[in-house]
Design a protein around this ligand. Sequence first.
Ligand code: SAM
Length: 282
Amino acid sequence: MGVEAILPADFKLMRDYIERNCGIVLGEEKAYLIETRLAGLLAETGCQDYGALYRLAIAETGTAMRDKIVDAMTTNETLWFRDGHPFEILKEVLLPEFAQPLLTGMRFRIRIWSAASSTGQEPYSIAIAIQEYCREHPGLRPDQFEIIASDISPSALFLARAGRYDSAALGRGMPEELRDRYFHKDGQVWVLDDTTKKMVTLRKFNLQDPMEPLGRFDIVFCRYVTIYFAEAFKRRIFEGIARLTAQGGYFITSAVENLQSSEDLFESRHHGSGTYYRSRLT
Ligand SMILES: C[S@@+](CC[C@H](N)C(=O)[O-])C[C@H]1O[C@@H](n2cnc3c(N)ncnc32)[C@H](O)[C@@H]1O
């Protein structure tokens, strides 16, 4: 079966279904994304068109079809140490600040959340940066840092859990020195070491769901995800992150995720060429 053209009425049904279930907003010009990304599901289910696929999805009692649709519609693009400066901020500003209470015994654990962790590059880059910091700062231990990584995409989480990457994926941002320290080769695949994997707890989490059950965090990374969402949903996510990081926590996002309308929630700070945010909530 080839890629079926989507009818305007079916596009509206599918578009609304996708936004309801994961927040991703598709303008009319993005109809092709439904056609190209869901064509495999048409073939798999034997549905004649996208309207039939929609009816199948809303009729299901479980979430299997919804998971497949959402999985196919997410963009999982990511790389190691993405943008550089968030990791400089981590190493040069945030880890030194949080090391103090750990070293003096005032705190036992620092909690970090990678809120749209895709195939693992972001949380594992954080875990590697922390281990590098601990190597340079005797007295600190990687197990004093808890990293929660979450994503809505089951296939991205599956790949993250495996911690196995091909040379092309590893070549996108992983310095050779760190690659050789934290990975070993299994045929054509680079395998992340167990110590780094164990620092990260991966879980499925939809940013549409209440964040409170995740607990409070000292640092939240939420990058290259709210760009796909409507303004009101984006604001809800920022409010949630501001609450979770209230009283001294920090938020790191990307330069394309505009926080101008959230100045009441966060104070911006600058370090090198990067910006990070401190929750104003108490
Ligand atoms: C472009 S990737 C960004 C990955 C990483 N944060 C980075 O900056 O490299 C966006 C990720 O957001 C996830 N995502 C999309 N909608 C989501 C939602 N409603 N809840 C949780 N994750 C979502 C996608 O599955 C995808 O893995």
